[in-house]
Design a protein around this ligand. Sequence first.
Ligand SMILES: [Zn+2]
Length: 376
Amino acid sequence: MLFKEVVGNKEIKAALIKEVKADRVSHAQMFLGPEGTAKLPLATAFAQYLLCDNPGRNDACGDCPNCKKVEALTHPDLHFVYPIVKSKKKHIASSKDCIKEWNAFFLKEPNFALRNWLIELDELGKNPVIAVEESQQILKRLALKSFSGKYKIMIIWLPEKMNPSAANKLLKLLEEPPEKTVFILVSDSVETILPTIISRTQIKRIPSLQTEEISDYIKKKFKVSDEVAQSAANLSQGNLTEAIDLVQGAESQNIYFDLFVKLMRAAYTANPMDLMAVSDEIASCDKETQKNFVKYGLHIFRESMIQNYMKGELANLRDNELEFLKKFARFINNHNITELMEEFNLAHYHLERNASAKILFADLSIKLTKLIKKGV
Ligand SMILES: [Zn+2]
């Protein structure tokens, strides 16, 4: 991956190149910034620049054998560590057990969030971790002699998902790093990372992307019209991953749709077991997914009102949603719409302020049973 293929981040790219040219590359760095800021592609482009045989003033050459290997994600000196969902049945204990899936997914579109990766693994709602098994793998991989004679590079995506024993092992490595090794930690949030790890890294803060940077990328990559690219970029508020989700839509939207249908059915029948099961399912998703789910709910309530009162064309809906709304819309009306919108907006507000999702969705599901009844 070349620097020029990484969205935005002009100043950070220049700073990274300057460090290489001055031979002042820190052995442990953290790219820290909000989701959807092209941090993972940036780390990969930096790795390619470090390994390139003919690095230029602004970018790697893209032609040498080292560049080719990085671009195919097959370079023996470049390693990725990322959260996985452990499974005895599927024989998954560390990153290397999902490397085929990882490489294919990354090569298709490298700007993804944890929820996209979990959807790809078909494990959304499960608990992703960087487990202690990973540290043995890291040691093994770093013990190998450098293939290129240059750096060995370990990109750790979302170190905040490391469990404590994995984190402690990593800390030892950061304290006594193997020779010519660069660790790049790519993190959305430092909240759950050991302070001792943070203090061992040189932090590079990655700012949110500009709307134009996002819309330009989306237009080229997904071949959509100016209007679609622009509105996705506007809605995403500087989050490239979310903008991509919006234009690609279908797959992730389906997850919200399925959860929403389940929740509304449980609320309608007022079955406590079903209500608990579905609110737990939502609460076990990551926070972005939870917030998107709440936004999705607001969208469906709005569309229901349009269906009921304006007889408008439901242009913003897909076939399965339309089918569902034919029966569902009549439960959403002047008797409950204001409160429903209020409750969902409130849920979004509390999620942004780190409320306990488990309590929040349990509470919301109980309120929903009453509110749906008001509409019947
Ligand atoms: Zn090169």
